[in-house]
Design a protein around this ligand. Structure first.
Ligand SMILES: CCCCCCCCCCCCCCCC(=O)SCCNC(=O)CCNC(=O)[C@H](O)C(C)(C)COP(=O)(O)OP(=O)(O)OC[C@H]1O[C@@H](n2cnc3c(N)ncnc32)[C@H](O)[C@@H]1OP(=O)(O)O
Ligand SMILES: NC(=O)C1=CN([C@@H]2O[C@H](COP(=O)(O)OP(=O)(O)OC[C@H]3O[C@@H](n4cnc5c(N)ncnc54)[C@H](OP(=O)(O)O)[C@@H]3O)[C@@H](O)[C@H]2O)C=CC1
Length: 518
């Protein structure tokens, strides 16, 4: 059997979502580890005043592509951007481009999706389900297509505790839902969304479940693989440790904790934190593309599902994550922290509400007062309100755990040659969590916040300053309490004298006993 790189040699690959977090890593890895790949067709839309060509050339300039650039400075010649808006009819691909794609594409990686948890149902359905359906129709017109790889999520079926590598019956018939929502006003859709999504926490997981069903329906006509990653985090090894470029999932939480803004969050210390490094997901995806294509004639007509998770193989828990994130940010502090990093997670709702009041809202109020008094615009309360909205949407995933069967991941690994196992490593048994979390935190500092590592001494100095402010504040608070309560109440005074005399007696006893022993 051909090796993975040999298989991709001379192949034309179509990728959606290439400008996104996972898409970029996929493009980079294909170019670096499969240098003989012929062309990568990227479906891209113009955005924020930039044409699709500008966006793709900006993307290729980013640090992620440094290693590819070193190996092959002309790598951009292999990339062909195709203008496409996935929410439009026929994906808004021009007839010439359709002609070009149908005549040459050999393999499709469908990564594009809206991953927002607060996406209105109609839009999530349009992008995650209808666009997938349209891409499948395009795929069927392709004369040389060998594999269609769909990126789903391990949480598509999060209404279940145990999740096998099968496609579960959809919560509703996708076509019926599409037809009904088509004529409904947005306000009506908004009202019925909670009833529709049922036990799922958001429109994202709901529409991703529907998309799996849509993909499965085509599995008799196409060779299909479905990848279900859990919580995708920074890179573990490739192209370098700790690469991350967004605030999604845990990254935003880590940053907020590192900046000393987030001090409390509802999460279960003992629940498995099913993080999976982005390079692991991409290595598995490329291997699954190879496996699907090579075995396309021997497969039964069913999509092969890969639960791409760590919990069952090398579990790590939210409590451990909290510990390692905090100690990592103390060693490598972020610049201009609001307070010293000291976040705690708790599964107790009331306790969390108490700490939100004491450690979030109260300091925000004081800081905003200070800003107001110094003639600046208050902003801290606004930042906290946004943070509370974001963590409120994530708490569902950090407060419970799931069991995923990941046999297909092991099966795929057993089919890889020793060389491919190294080049496309997705063996998460080798993952050293503390080291990974340390690199992840440094990655958020370097690549998300664009902070310089040489500024760490200044950041440490800033933390020392914050510590001194805290000590001063606590002392002032104590003096205040003394003035208000102790100075005015005889009983408080008596208690205070009792405590002081007890301390004095203890000290005298200690001194006397140390003189005796000398
Ligand atoms: C130490 C403790 C350990 C415990 C640690 C537990 C972690 C527990 C994680 C569970 C994680 C589960 C993950 C499930 C697994 C998938 O399925 S992965 C798919 C994951 N999807 C996501 O994470 C998307 C979630 N995000 C959203 O839905 C939306 O961004 C939100 C949170 C509703 C915010 O919406 P919005 O207010 O409209 O803000 P948005 O336009 O998105 O962003 C505005 C700005 O805030 C920034 N921002 C966005 N999100 C954040 C954020 N979270 N923080 C800070 N800034 C942010 C943006 O970069 C943007 O910056 P600018 O461009 O304005 O400069
Ligand atoms: N990140 C995670 O933790 C996880 C992600 N996944 C899945 O992995 C896949 C990739 O996720 P990720 O890379 O994190 O997501 P991103 O949000 O980073 O990327 C989404 C991609 O989809 C593209 N896209 C969105 N809307 C359109 C549109 N209307 N037309 C054309 N392209 C569009 C975006 O393009 P543009 O740049 O133009 O916006 C972008 O390239 C998704 O399918 C997601 O469900 C699964 C589990 C976890």
């Amino acid at each position: 059997m051909a090796s993975i790189a040999d298989y991709y040699a001379g192949k034309n690959v179509l990728i959606t979502g290439a400008t996104g977090f996972m898409g970029k890593v996929l493009v980079e890895k294909l170019l670096r580890s499969c240098p003989e790949v012929r062309t990568l067709y990227l479906l891209v839309r113009p955005k924020a005043g930039q044409s699709m060509q500008e966006r793709v050339s900006d993307m290729m300039k980013c640090k992620l592509f440094d290693r590819v650039r070193e190996d092959n400075p002309d790598f951009h010649q292999k990339i062909v951007p195709i203008s496409s808006e996935l929410t439009q009819p026929a994906l808004a691909i021009s007839p010439e481009d359709v002609e070009r794609l149908t005549s040459c594409v050999n393999i499709i990686f469908h990564c594009a999706a809206t991953i927002r948890f607060d996406e209105p149902l109609k839009h999530a359905l349009q992008l995650n389900v209808i666009a997938t359906q349209q891409l499948l129709s395009l795929a069927q017109q392709m004369h040389h297509l060998q594999a269609f790889i769909h990126i789903s999520t391990a949480y598509a079926n999060c209404n279940r505790r145990h999740i096998d590598e099968i496609i579960y019956p959809p919560p509703v018939e996708p076509k019926k839902l599409i037809d009904s929502l088509e004529w409904m006003e947005d306000s009506i859709v908004r009202d019925i969304t909670p009833r529709l999504i049922g036990e799922r926490p958001n429109t994202y997981t709901y529409t991703k479940a529907l998309a799996e069903c849509v993909v499965q329906r085509e599995s008799s006509k196409l060779s299909i693989g479905i990848i279900r990653p859990s919580i995708v985090g920074a890179s573990w090894q490739e192209p370098f440790p700790g690469w991350i470029d967004n605030f999604n999932g845990p990254s935003g939480v880590f940053i907020a904790a590192g900046k000393g803004i987030l001090r409390t969050m509802r999460a279960n210390n003992d629940a498995v934190a099913d993080l999976i490094p982005v390079d692991v997901v991409i290595n598995l995806t490329l291997a699954a593309g190879w496996y699907t294509a090579v075995h396309r004639l021997t497969f039964p007509p069913a999509a092969l599902v890969y639960n791409c998770t760590t919990g069952g193989i090398n579990p790590f828990h939210w409590g451990e994550i909290e510990h390692h994130v905090m100690s990592s940010f103390k060693r490598n502090p972020l610049e201009q922290a609001f307070r010293r990093p000291n976040a705690n997670i708790t599964s107790n709702y009331l306790m969390n509400q108490y700490w939100i009041l004491v450690s979030h809202k109260f300091p925000a109020l004081i800081y905003d007062l200070y800003l107001r008094l110094s003639g600046q615009k208050p902003q801290m309360m606004r930042i906290f309100n946004r943070l509370h909205k974001a963590i409120g949407l994530l708490e569902y995933f950090s407060s419970q755990d799931w069991e995923w069967n990941s046999e297909n991941m092991s099966m795929l690994m057993s089919h890889l040659s020793p060389e491919d196992r190294k080049t496309f490593n997705f063996d998460v048994r080798q993952l050293n969590w503390p080291e990974y979390i340390e690199n992840y935190c440094i990655g958020t500092k370097k690549y998300v916040l664009n902070e310089d590592m040489s500024d760490i001494p200044a950041a440490r100095q800033h933390l020392r300053k914050l510590r001194n402010i805290r000590y001063t504040f606590n002392t002032l608070l104590l003096v205040f309490i003394w003035r208000v309560f102790i100075a005015r109440s005889q009983m408080a005074r008596n208690i205070w004298y009792f405590v002081v005399s007890l301390c004095f007696k203890f000290l005298s006893y200690f001194r006397a006993s140390s003189t005796l022993t000398n």
